[in-house]
Write a protein that binds this ligand. Structure first.
Ligand SMILES: [Mg+2]
Length: 355
């Protein structure tokens, strides 16, 4: 592909991120609760993906989309610098009031409860060594839509780090936000997917580290806990033959729902696939690499597994929509999605601000 993402692609990216979240969540039934093989069997009983009308009350969006919208709508104001960070913090506080039945994560609840938007430094919270979860990653894709160009990398990283550590001050958590934002920017740039992981580890992570050092906040703790994220990513790239940034991708001989559940667990920090900041984007990339332009394959790999399936799908589907638009996606999957309007409106504003 040689053209960068269009307005329609931006809208598809935001819309499908919400669709992936709602499908992977299935109103609390599928997130974490079932194995990949069981979910695939239940999906078949529902008549397959093409037969699912994603709408309330059975298919609400989860915390991922509520907080992704909060980030997106804050960015869409066009504010920058500290003013933007207060705006994001304000919208996270508001977003947490819309969590009935959406299962927000513990670090998100704790972090947001400590935010004081509007007061000096009120977008920073105390360092949290437990803040390794994927809660920062799952709401950060839109940052790549705001800062899509290669020369905007430092802005993308700064906003992802600062908004990420509003709830996830541990680098394994907030670097997940950098990864999710970076991958959408790469999707918009049409950068070859085989090089996304190397770009994260070799280009974006060093920028993030210098940024952290320049800010003088929790530098010692952050440096202490820094290494795991990049080390695990380097391990993954090695597994897939992507350390050179070129491929070809190496796949396990058999890689169905059962084998993927095992593989995704091996990506994880402590056996919960997709739960952390490093492995939610990792599963998303793995799914994107394997699915190509096939929507059903994408959802099968990114959204229908035994781990944190809504958060891996929300990231993968945002990138997929930016790359392929709505082509091949059954209308019933997105037409009546909760918050469709807000997702598409924020996409329009982010497109206008970045073009
Ligand atoms: Mg969720």
């Amino acid at each position: 592909m040689d053209r960068s993402a269009s307005l329609q692609d931006y809208k598809a990216g935001m819309l499908l991120s919400g669709v992936g979240d709602a499908l992977g969540y299935r109103n609390q039934l599928w997130e974490y609760n079932q194995s990949g093989p069981v979910i695939h069997k239940e999906l078949e009983e529902l008549g397959g993906l093409k037969n699912i009308t994603v709408q309330l009350p059975d298919w609400p969006v989860s915390d991922d989309t509520v907080l992704h919208l909060a980030t997106a709508e804050a960015l869409a104001t066009g504010k920058e610098g500290e003013e933007l960070l207060h705006e994001v913090a304000f919208r996270y506080v508001e977003g947490m009031k819309d969590m009935e039945g959406r299962k927000p994560g513990p670090s998100s609840i704790l972090g947001v409860s400590q935010l004081r938007p509007g007061t000096e430094g009120g977008y920073r919270v105390p360092y949290n060594p437990e803040g390794t979860g994927c809660g920062a990653a799952m709401r950060s894709m839109c940052i790549g839509l705001r800062y899509p160009r290669p020369e905007q990398l430092s802005s993308l990283v700064a906003v992802a780090v600062e908004t990420g550590r509003m709830t996830h001050p541990h680098p394994t958590g907030f670097l997940g936000a950098v990864a999710a934002a970076l991958f959408t920017a790469y999707a918009i740039q049409r950068r070859p997917m085989e090089s996304w992981g190397v770009g994260l580890v070799k280009e974006a992570c060093p920028v993030a580290k210098s940024f952290v050092q320049s800010q003088g906040y929790a530098v010692t703790e952050t440096e202490r806990d820094w290494a795991y994220f990049s080390e695990k990513w380097e391990w993954y790239l090695e597994q897939r033959g992507l350390s050179n940034g070129k491929g070809p991708v190496i796949w396990p001989e058999k890689y169905g729902p059962e084998e993927r559940d095992e593989a995704y667990k091996s990506f994880s920090l402590s056996g919960w696939a997709g739960r952390s900041g490093h492995d939610a984007p990792m599963i998303a990339l793995d799914a994107l690499l394997g699915a190509g332009s096939n929507w059903e394959k994408l959802m099968s790999r990114a959204g229908f597994h035994g781990g944190d399936s809504d958060s891996t799908a929300v990231i993968a589907c945002c990138c997929w929509g930016l790359l392929y638009g709505l082509e091949g996606v059954p209308e019933c999957n997105y037409k009546k999605l909760e918050y469709r309007d807000r997702l598409e409106k924020s996409a329009e504003k982010l497109y206008a601000l970045s073009h």
